[in-house]
Design a protein around this ligand. Sequence first.
Ligand code: BGC
Length: 419
Amino acid sequence: MHRSFPDGFLWGAGTSAHQVEGGLENDWTRWERANAERLAAEAPARYGDSPVWRDVRDAATTPANYRSGRGVEHYDRYGADVDLAADLGHTAHRFSVPWSRVEPEPGTYDEDALAHYRRVCDTLRDRGLAPVVTLWHFTNPTWFADAGGWTNPDLDRWRAYVDRVVDALGDRVAYWVTVNEPEVYAAMGYLAGEWPPDRRNPLAYFRVRRNLVRAHRRAYDAIHRQLPDADVGIATNVTHYDPAGGLPNRLAARLARRVLTHYELDRIGGKQDFVGLNHYFHRQVRYGLHSGTDVRSDLGWGVNPESIYHVLRTVGAYNLPVLVTENGIADRKDRLRPWFIRRSLHHVGRAMDDGVDVAGYLHWSLLDNFEWAEGYWPRFGLVAVDRDTMEREPRESARAYARMIDRGGLAERPGERPE
Ligand code: BGC
């Protein structure tokens, strides 16, 4: 069966500053310095049953893996990286502006940094890619973190930062993502204690989620004041909670959706022009949460491309355009990714057939990058990066995706499952 996507559908990939740029100094780099040794020592227990453990053991047990450091030098190499994305047929690209670079001290703005991001937007536009800009993707200036971070944010400072970025980038930006995955950030940093600031406090967890919603609303107004026609939303990480049957499972799945998916989107209410959907997980709800598939990524995450159909239906209920802002897998050998992209797009198409207005699909990620507390060993890139030489090499999946883009959709076979 052939499926074609509408003209103007955005095809591309995403990155975030901290994961690719290099040369940053913020609350995460400080945390990396304090935790790299510990993370390296814990790696065998955490990832020992990864399907690629033998290949990654050396990297994963080395503290340098857990320091973002030079990144993949995207700050300096963005021009060549944009060329790569353009050559692969992409028509949109998502990146983030790191607050710590723009406002290294409270009230002191780095005009060179702002000019840099303006150049990134211009370069993207010159190559025919629509810029999708995220204003906050997990990292904070140290002065902001030291004052309590998102448990106690100075939202006037945040608003002033947003104003500066909007002044600098203006209408070059096609889609503004205010904050990335408030619920994941709050869960990892304030409930699980696995990300900075290492807290396990349910009250702080909800406070952070609430404050990030407030930050979104302030940013939404700030952007619209300068750019009335702008498209502004958040990126939210939506898991497919799939009840196995029976009333308790159905109720549990509904509760999980309410608390974990709809909390932000409902509170944002009318202040969103589109929904940014990040999608990675499918959980079967069967008196507990189960993976529901035996296909595993390198991180051990269950891989089920069909689940994107269900989460698109879930967020489609907001009657707004949906931009898939992330969807991807850690797959260093590119064993699953070509199949995964093809199948995921097939299910995106099904959701569109059902009436969900999907504006585009941005695969995560354009480049191999720094995967937060896991560091560099998991490889999410369409384009492989050798961090010794910084050479880039598109994987087969990048070429397969380019062919799908070139055809404006999927060819005959929706894609077979890999062995
Ligand atoms: C984040 C990305 C991350 C990806 C894969 C998302 O939660 O926004 O920064 O790399 O998932 O884990």
